[in-house]
Design a protein around this ligand. Structure first.
Ligand SMILES: *Cc1c(COP(=O)(O)O)cnc(C)c1O
Length: 372
């Protein structure tokens, strides 16, 4: 007898910082028959995925590919390919994912300098310009949408120009912004940007969209040491995704089916309509929470539409509220961590999760729980 019951996870409503809900069309793409990683059918799918990724990143960058792995693999690829041991990098930190960037960069042998802001705040381009004058940096990295705080970093164009003035590349984390708020790689002059499938793209975790400018590719191709990470070495990976199609590692075939379908959904909706939907549903949530006397942690001008961080009301056990949301309503939201532990909730309205009915359901559930 088989002691394991059949797989039967709860049909949750995922309103946390990721993963977000997966569109049914993406789920059905995952069930398509497998082909080989050099099958003509798959090569066509690879071309579609790259073209659709260029559309969503708003870029002409030739090297625009899905890296195998979750968003963190995109983060690794964005650092390891452009850092050689002993080089100085500048990381701007205003939340947890900035800390992760600094940690990763140090593991590739970089001398890491940081510019820090309290969690929840954003950077002024002038302070970044000042920090860039400290010494010669290979790259400047920062997070566009800090999922640990709910803050959206503005002025990316000005920050990229400042990095270029000092001869540095700009690396941007767009994991929880791509597909939810505008990300304009070419117009802003971003050199390297990475994202993840599981946040605003309505695709399960497993691939990390990445785009690399010609300026960054020139840096990669003029390295004097090999990239310290074989799996994520773009000088090898780009040959598989480019015209050579030479084997490097087996692409996650089914995840690429899923990503293609998720990106097709973005193209059908259109970027502007998609950004509008994310903003409108976020505003609905903010207004609903405020009507219950709950205030937001991040001021409106820097507030991220894809991830809302309400302050936990005085005297409320935030973990108990989350437990009841999950157990009684099937709704997942997250708590804060680090300096924000116990102080905020983190509510994601990303991709297929960003729907009016989800906002209404969450507000009704919170109202019932907080009243009792
Ligand atoms: C989720 C997230 C990551 C990491 O992505 P994983 O898919 O968990 O590896 C990196 N940066 C930001 C801003 C994120 O929100």
């Amino acid at each position: 007898m088989n002691p394991y019951p059949s797989l039967n996870p709860h049909p949750r409503i995922l309103l946390g910082p990721g993963p977000s809900m997966v569109h049914p069309r993406v789920l059905s793409a995952l069930s398509m028959p497998l082909v080989g990683h050099l099958d003509p059918d798959f090569l066509a799918i690879m071309n579609d995925v790259q073209a659709l990724l260029r559309y969503i990143f708003q870029t002409e960058n030739r090297v625009t590919i899905p890296v195998s792995g979750t968003g963190s693999a995109g983060m690794e690829a964005s650092l390891c390919n452009f850092i050689e041991p002993g080089e100085a990098v500048l990381i701007a930190i205003n939340g947890y994912f900035g800390i992760r960037l600094a940690d990763m960069a140090s593991r590739y042998g970089a001398e890491v300098d940081t510019l820090e802001r309290p969690w929840g705040e954003v950077f002024d381009p002038d302070e970044i310009k000042m920090a860039l004058r400290r010494r010669k940096y290979k790259l400047l990295a920062l997070v566009h949408a800090e999922t640990s705080t709910g803050a959206l970093q503005p002025h990316i164009r000005e920050i990229a120009a400042a990095a270029h003035d000092h001869g540095a590349l700009l690396v941007l984390d767009t994991v929880s912004s791509l597909g939810g708020v505008p990300v304009e790689i070419d117009a802003w002059g971003v050199d390297v940007a990475y994202s993840g499938t599981q946040k605003c793209l309505s695709v399960p975790p497993g691939l990390a969209p990445l785009t690399v400018s010609e300026r960054a590719l020139a840096v990669l191709h003029s390295r004097s040491t090999p990239v310290a990470n074989w799996y994520l070495d773009l000088s090898l990976v780009e040959k598989y995704w480019g015209s050579e199609r030479t084997y490097h590692h087996t692409a996650p075939i089914s995840m690429n089916y899923a990503l293609r379908e998720g990106l097709r959904l973005v193209a059908e909706e259109g970027l502007d309509a998609r950004f509008r939907r994310h903003r409108e549903n976020a505003v609905l949530l903010w207004e609903g929470l405020q009507a219950m006397g709950i205030e937001m942690f991040v001021p409106a001008e820097h507030r991220l539409p894809t991830l809302t961080t309400p302050l936990v009301p005085e005297g409320v056990d935030e973990a108990a509220v989350r437990r009841r949301l999950l157990n009684e309503y099937n709704i997942e939201i997250a708590g804060g961590f680090g300096p924000l532990k116990g102080k905020i909730w983190r509510i994601g309205l990303m991709g297929f999760s960003s729907r009016r009915e989800n906002v209404a359901l969450l507000l009704a559930a919170l109202r019932e729980i907080l009243a009792s």
